[in-house]
Design a protein around this ligand. Structure first.
Ligand code: ADP
Ligand code: ASP
Ligand code: MG
Length: 464
């Protein structure tokens, strides 16, 4: 069997949904499980409705929900010819939207928006898109079977970024989905959403549908996990920043994992791990150009002499500098620093140390005040906000001399705040002011990919 995940832009309107149906139909013999995102912008609109209600603007929140319902109705009307099916679908959406309005009503009265409520609201986008696709496929005579992901995607209780419970998911996914595949059904389910042990809806975090797809693929020992999106595959950089970005034909799990972790939005950061465990190839494909072969992500791609494969970046980074003379020749100092970050459950991305100072980067600043005040009891602390990370990735970086030199040369006009060579030696990350990110990525891209390269590793976007 294979898993086929379609992102928001792949199901943004009736035409895109029809393309998805064609793509899935072509793969019917390979027993596809289709994992769907919400239609593009739906999750944002739902979350905005929740926040608007919390601010006390219930009418605006309801307007957002009504517009969203209208958008879904337009999609189904343009996608499904059979009037009675459309009417039935609209009738089944109405109580769901009524529930959303009631939820917003409660939020507006309390003025409180919990993560649990956020998940209850955000999860509906995937529910709606998958219902429409499933009905449309059935109306076209395909054996589609809609399955509620909450029945098998069991998570812990961390609403908004719930952690999948793999043992339970394995059992339930096999129990629910395998018999359907055996009876030749095309399974349609939702990415992003799950439920905790009490059956309460959770989500895996923004962009989490990719992760859902690989979890399902691993549970069912898929032969392939396909991630269908709006670009030709994994590119040498985000094309919105470097328009000359080229497609990579094949990359390793390790390279893809680093790129995703350091901001390449094309894959959710956790997508690769379930695939690695079962050694299942992940293929990133473009639903707007299904004839393109995409990027294959595998455990051992053929060796190449290209040291740098791609550049990722992320913004919204905060650097915390911790300085103390006590660190000089002392042991246990790093432990005391990290225990503070641990205590406030704040992950640290990059670390760089000197004799008397440690610099760390963090993504989330929700507990920064507490962290600073605790660190200040034993060290001097300073904070740099609005920073970003640019990460240069390539399996062959560790065995190629002079890559760092080329990186610094390309960045000669950028002020580097921190430099870190990843412990895996397949990446080098630099921290710079967020306002410099585009310039840095463009300059690195020009240096590493826009000169003539004699390799078939890359392919121009728009190629075959
Ligand atoms: P989907 O809705 O299909 O999940 P996303 O918007 O989450 O799609 O991810 C696709 C986007 O990721 C692309 O449109 C592109 O702008 C961005 N992106 C960032 N870095 C990369 C990269 N290295 N390769 C490809 N796309 C990238
Ligand atoms: N719809 C969710 C989001 O927008 C999940 C996804 O698309 O992957 O974050
Ligand atoms: Mg995505």
């Amino acid at each position: 069997m294979i898993v086929m995940k379609f992102g928001g832009t792949s199901v943004e309107d009736a035409k895109s949904m029809q393309t998805v149906i064609k793509i899935v139909q072509k793969e019917q013999a390979r027993q596809p499980v289709v994992v769907l995102s919400a239609i593009s912008g739906a999750t944002n609109a739902l979350l905005k409705a929740g926040r608007t209600a919390q601010e006390g603007n219930l009418n605006d929140a309801i307007l957002l929900l009504n517009n969203l319902l209208d958008r879904h109705v337009t999609v189904m009307e343009n996608l499904i010819d059979d009037r009675s099916t459309v009417q039935r679908l609209i009738a089944s959406f109405k109580p769901q939207f009524e529930e959303l309005r009631n939820l917003c009503h409660g939020i507006a009265i309390l003025g409180e928006l919990t993560n649990r409520s956020l998940d209850a609201i955000a999860s509906m986008g995937e529910y709606f898109s998958s219902q429409i696709l499933s009905e449309a496929m059935c109306a076209q005579g395909l054996p589609a079977k809609w399955v509620d992901a909450r029945k098998f995607m069991i998570t812990d209780d961390q609403f908004v970024s719930a952690v999948p419970q793999f043992d339970q998911i394995d059992l339930k996914t096999k129990e629910i989905i395998s018999p359907l595949l055996a009876s030749k059904k095309i399974v349609i389910t939702q990415g992003f959403i799950g439920s905790n042990s009490k059956g309460i809806t959770t989500t895996l975090g923004r962009g989490g549908s990719d992760y859902s797809a690989s979890i399902i693929g691993a549970a069912l020992d898929a032969e392939e996990i396909q991630i269908w999106t709006d670009v030709d595959g994994v590119l040498t950089a985000d094309p919105r920043i470097a328009p000359a970005a080229q497609k990579l034909r094949i990359i390793s799990f390790r390279e893809a994992a680093e790129l995703a972790y350091f901001g390449a939005k094309v894959l959710h950061p956790s997508t690769i791990f379930p695939a690695v465990k079962k050694d299942i190839p992940v293929v990133v494909l473009n639903s707007k150009r299904p004839e393109n072969t995409g990027t294959r992500i595998v455990s051992r791609p053929p060796k190449t002499n290209i040291p740098v494969k791609s550049i990722a970046c992320k913004r919204g980074i905060t650097v915390v500098n911790v300085q103390s003379l006590r660190m000089l020749m002392a042991y246990g100092f790093l432990e005391s620093i990290f225990s503070v970050f641990n205590k406030y459950e704040t992950p640290v991305d990059l670390v760089s140390t000197s004799e008397v100072a440690v610099s760390l980067t963090i993504d989330s600043t929700s507990t920064l005040d507490k962290i600073i005040s605790e660190l200040s009891t034993f060290a001097e602390v300073s904070v740099l906000e609005n920073q970003g990370i640019v990460c240069i990735v390539g399996d062959q970086m560790r065995s190629t001399a002079g890559v760092a030199d080329q990186i610094f040369h390309a960045l000669s006009e950028v002020n580097l705040v921190m430099i870190s060579q990843g412990a895996s030696e397949i990446n080098m990350s630099i921290v710079i002011d967020a306002s410099q990110i585009d310039k840095a990525v463009q300059s690195l891209h020009k240096h590493f990919f826009e000169a003539v390269i004699a390799t078939d590793m890359f392919e121009p976007v728009g190629g075959k």
